[in-house]
Design a protein around this ligand. Structure first.
Ligand SMILES: Cc1cc2nc3c(=O)[nH]c(=O)nc-3n(C[C@H](O)[C@H](O)[C@H](O)COP(=O)(O)O)c2cc1C
Length: 500
């Protein structure tokens, strides 16, 4: 890691018109009990971005000041960029300014025919891999993908605040997505770090099919574009393995997925009520207060009910998982330390119950598989704080909280059946799970931390898993945080000082 080349956390398209978004929210909060969807105008879309990809705080220690965002990111490096296509205009979101950079405009008739009307907009994500590679080298590819998953869930949860549905559009190949976002335009990039297309989603009051991507991409190709990408670092290292895996997981598009029926996401507030039943204000507060714990107190406990409620938020049939079109591939192995009424030990939590037989067959024969709650099985009843620390790169946060966990994904047959491109989606699913656990931890008056540094082989060893079918792809921990009192904190935007 070379501090001299630390990347600028904010991409800008210099020269593109900057459209400020409103500082006062008029949307969504007063939706009332009938849950009528907020009109999808540009200002409301801006608020949707504020609650998913905007800044959540500015932290400072002595002379150093840095921004945190609503979506978490490995090392706070934030490789994920967001784009909005609204009313035939293509925008890049500038989170520091909370503004839209207008990159291009496409003909209205092409836009309307894609949407099948006027209602709806597109939101898309790209990754600047260099941001992560600067610190993490070849691990950057997977961290970028985790971050995309966190961002997808953050977008879905934010859409729900406004009564909108959000679903990824699998029919968009990487090439057409890059063209729509203008990130394949070498002339506008110059020496700036490349952005890689990740995914695009349609936001609407209710889930409905969208049109063919090709005319939209063709219109973008022949549009007039504004702005040039800023250079983030003064120097770069080459990571050819990242380029190779990016190429290997290249996505060529799939037929349109089934449409989904949206329901409110399963967040809860301090009272334990479901998100859909709570005041929209408390949901917004939870979203903005989400942080990663840097340390846990090593003694607080979590109630069993709250623990089970946190896990139930990972139900694949509920938002945010209705944003994706594949069945659950990721399940949990938990290291439970301090959950009242639960024996400390290793547990399995199956997001899809049908996996039970297979896991019982593949894991250590001595595991008792004692059913302790719906989808939750005790495998090893013992103190596992040391083991949890060890498998999470010896990080104390994995042993000092209520619990930590590994996300175990079906990899080999999934890639064989679907293609290598699905590898990215497995990390997205993990990131989405992580995002819901972060929010659930906040709702429980606690805190979570995503753990991207872990030893996968050590996890497989604990479980007795051989082969490549099931792989640990991401870890997470939750507990009672110990705050770093040396840091000062300000709201994400100066205009919020008036209201906080
Ligand atoms: C994919 C991912 C991996 C992470 N890995 C670790 C980790 O191994 N150890 C850790 O202490 N924090 C980890 N974090 C937490 C980040 O450091 C944190 O999200 C970032 O500093 C931004 O802070 P915030 O989450 O409070 O906004 C991870 C976060 C993500 C999203």
């Amino acid at each position: 890691m070379d501090w001299a080349t630390q990347p600028d956390p904010f991409r800008r398209y210099v020269g593109a018109p900057l459209l400020p978004l409103p500082c006062e929210e008029k949307y969504g909060i007063d939706r009332g009990s009938d849950r009528t969807a907020t009109p999808l105008n540009r200002d409301a879309a801006g608020w949707f971005l504020r609650y998913s990809m905007g800044l959540s705080a500015w932290k400072a220690y002595r002379e150093t000041r840095w921004a945190l965002r609503v979506n978490p990111s490995s090392g706070n490096l934030h490789p994920t960029e967001a784009y909005l296509v609204h009313d035939a205009r293509i925008f890049h979101y500038a989170p520091r300014e909370h503004a839209l950079e207008e990159r291009a405009c496409i003909p209205h008739d092409i836009w309307r025919s894609f949407l099948g009307g006027d209602e709806g907009f597109l939101v898309a994500l790209s990754s600047i891999q260099w941001r992560e590679a600067w610190k993490y080298g070849e691990r950057a590819f997977r961290y970028c993908q985790h971050d995309v998953g966190h961002a997808i869930a953050a977008l879905r949860v934010s859409a729900a605040l406004f009564g909108w549905s959000l679903r990824l559009l699998p029919e968009w190949p990487d090439e057409q997505l890059a063209t729509l976002l203008g990130i394949d335009r070498d002339d506008d990039r110059g020496d700036a770090e490349p952005e890689h297309p990740e995914c695009i989603a349609l936001v609407r009051p209710a889930s409905a099919p969208a049109g063919d991507p090709a005319p939209l991409a063709a219109a973008a190709r022949s549009a007039t574009w504004h702005g040039r990408a800023n250079v983030l670092s003064s120097g770069h290292d080459e990571w050819t393995i990242i380029e190779r895996v990016t190429q290997a997981t290249h996505y060529t598009g799939q037929p349109t997925a089934n449409s989904h029926t949206p329901t409110p996401p399963p967040l809860r507030d301090e009272s334990g009520a479901r998100f859909g039943e709570t005041s929209p204000t408390s949901s917004r507060a939870l979203i903005l207060q989400r942080r990663s714990a840097v340390a846990f107190d090593g003694r607080s406990t979590l109630s069993r009910d709250r623990f089970l409620a946190m896990l139930s938020a990972l139900d694949p049939s509920l938002p945010p998982f209705d944003a994706i079109d594949w069945p659950p591939h990721v399940h949990l192995v938990l290291f439970v330390h301090r959950v009242e009424g639960l024996t400390p030990g290793v547990y399995a939590y199956l997001r899809e119950p049908a996996v039970l037989d297979e896991w019982q067959r593949l894991m250590r024969p001595e595991f008792p598989w004692e059913a302790v709650a719906e989808r939750l099985y005790l495998l090893v009843p013992t103190d596992v704080t040391w083991a949890a620390n060890r498998v999470s790169c010896d990080q104390a946060i994995a042993g000092d909280g209520y619990f930590s966990l590994g996300m175990i994904a079906r990899v080999e047959s999934a890639l064989h059946d679907r293609g290598e491109w699905f590898y990215r989606r497995l990390f997205w699913e993990c990131g989405m799970i992580g995002q819901m656990l972060y929010l659930e931890a906040e709702a429980a008056g606690s805190r979570g931390t995503g753990i991207g540094c872990f030893y996968d082989d050590a996890v497989h060893e604990v479980l007795g898993l051989a082969g490549r079918e099931w792989q640990s792809l991401y870890h997470f921990s939750a507990g009672m945080p110990v705050e770093d009192a040396r840091l000062t904190s300000e709201p994400g935007y100066s205009w919020e000082l008036r209201t906080t």
